[in-house]
Design a protein around this ligand. Sequence first.
Ligand code: G3P
Length: 220
Amino acid sequence: MKFFLDTADIGEIEEAASWGVLAGVTTNPTLYAKIGGKLSDFHAHIKRICEICDGPVSAETVSLDRAGIVREGEELAAIAPNVVVKVPVMPEGLAATKTLSERGIAVNMTLCFTVPQALMAARAGARYVSPFVGRFDDISEDGLEHLGNIVAALRNYVFEHDVEVIAASIRHNQHVVAAALMGADIATVPFAVLQKLVKHPLTDRGLEAFLADWERVKNA
Ligand code: G3P
């Protein structure tokens, strides 16, 4: 499983990239608003992210009609070769995804919650499909069960192009572990989750013991 960072924060992206584990970045309007992003800076901001991370960088469209989504998608794709256009699952989004993918532009279909939505996204030409896990948990449904169903359903079929599942709306380590075990291709995680993924109390305790013993070696 590959790790993407679900953020628009440049500092977080730089730090994760320096660890050598960052395979891509996903952004959305909420994440851009969270860092105080301005409309006039949006394209420059995505360009900066693409310079830090040479993997796929998802930038989301906000139009609701197919022509608008295609126009926005083409503008976003022109920012850098690794931009992936993020499009919500909806009829106009599917139509725009078909057009964009036929024009050689990679699309990540987002706000995906069900198996039929995921299958339609893949059929329309989406290169990535993003099932949301945590938002199901928020409404007391099992987000991981839905993710597992989507991974299993997509695996049953051969598409004309590669389709990768991005487990999104990840809230904690167990989401990531389960996503990996069920074979999700990618987990896009907030930086706070990425930081927790590298930690374990036994690692800390082991390191403490190694360092204490090395002090004994030095003083022997
Ligand atoms: O990038 C989309 C998704 O990961 C959003 O997550 O936490 O807003 O449900 P969340």
